[in-house]
Write a protein that binds this ligand. Sequence first.
Ligand code: FAD
Length: 281
Amino acid sequence: MQPQQKFGRTFSFEFFPPNTPEGAGNLAQTAKQLAQLNPKFFSVTYGAGGSTRERTLRAVLDLRAAGYAAAPHISCIGSSRESLREILQQYKDNGIRHLVALRGDLPSGTAAAGEFHYANELVAFIRTEFGDHFMIEVAAYPEYHPQARSAQDDLINFKRKVEAGANSAITQYFFSADCYYHFVDECEAMGVDIPIVPGIMPIGRFSQLARFSDACGAEIPRWLRKKLEGYGDDTDSIRAFGLDVVTRLCDDLLQSGAPGLHFYTLNQAGLTTTIWQRLGL
Ligand code: FAD
C-alpha cells in the first residue's frame, strides 16, 4: 500500500452531464461550491455509445469557462474509430488535455457493435492518434469487474490499460478499504506503477445506492445494507449514518497512503463537502 504514497494526493469530483437548463444551473452552483475545496479537476461522464457526446462536451466547456479544470470521460463500446477520432479531435481543439477513458456499457439487449471491445484498445488508439497530448485516466476495480472471468484475469486486463499508456486510475466505489489495499498490493506486485485513486460514493438514498451497486457490481457489505435498510424512509438518519461510514473509510484510505480521492457527487455538493470538512482537508 505504501508505494502509492509517492504519488502525492489528487482530489477530484465527478459529475454527469445535465440534460435540462435547470440541471445545468444546478451543476454550475454545485461546481461553484465544490471549487472552494480546491480539487485538482472535475470530470464529466459520457453516456453509453456516445449518447451524451454533445452534453458532456458542453458541460466540460462550461466548467472550463467558469475557470475550473475539467476532464471529459469517453467510452468506446459501440463507437467507430472515425467517430472516436472526431470526438478526441473536438476535445483537443477545445484545449482539453485530460480524459477518463472507458469501455462503457451498452444497454442490455444491445449487441456489442463497434470497432473497440475493451478500454485498453481505446487507450492505445488515443496514444497512436494523439501521442502524449492527453493525460489518460482509466477505471480500476478493487472488487473486480463483474464481467471478469477471474480476479487474476481482471488484474492482467487492468495492466493492459496501463501498458497501453494510461497515466492514472480511478476505482469503482467500495465500502471495504481492505479490497482496495489488496488490489493496490497486487498491482504493485505486477509492476503497475501509476496512482490508483479510490472512487468514493457518498450515501444519500439507500434505494439509489442499492440500484447503482447492483448495476456495477460494487458490494454493499451485509452490515451496512442491513443498517441502511433498517432506517426505511428516514433519509436524515441514512445520511447521518452514511456520512460517518464514508468519512471513516476516506480517513482510513488517506492514512494508509491512498493518492487522493475521487468523489461520485451525483451533481450534489452537500455530502461531499461535509465529508471533506470532517476529514479536515
Ligand atoms: P475494461 O477495462 O475494458 O474492462 C471491462 C471488462 O473486460 C473487465 O471484465 C475486464 O477484465 C475485461 N477485459 C478488459 N480488457 C480485456 C481484454 N483485452 N481481453 C479480454 N477481456 C478484457 N461508464 C460510462 O458509460 N460512462 C462513463 O463516463 C463512465 N465513467 C466511469 C468512471 C469510473 C471511474 C469507473 C470506475 C467506471 C466508469 N464507467 C463509465 C463504467 C464503465 O464503463 C464500466 O464499468 C464498464 O463495464 C467497464 O469499463 P472499463 O473501461 O473498466 O472496461
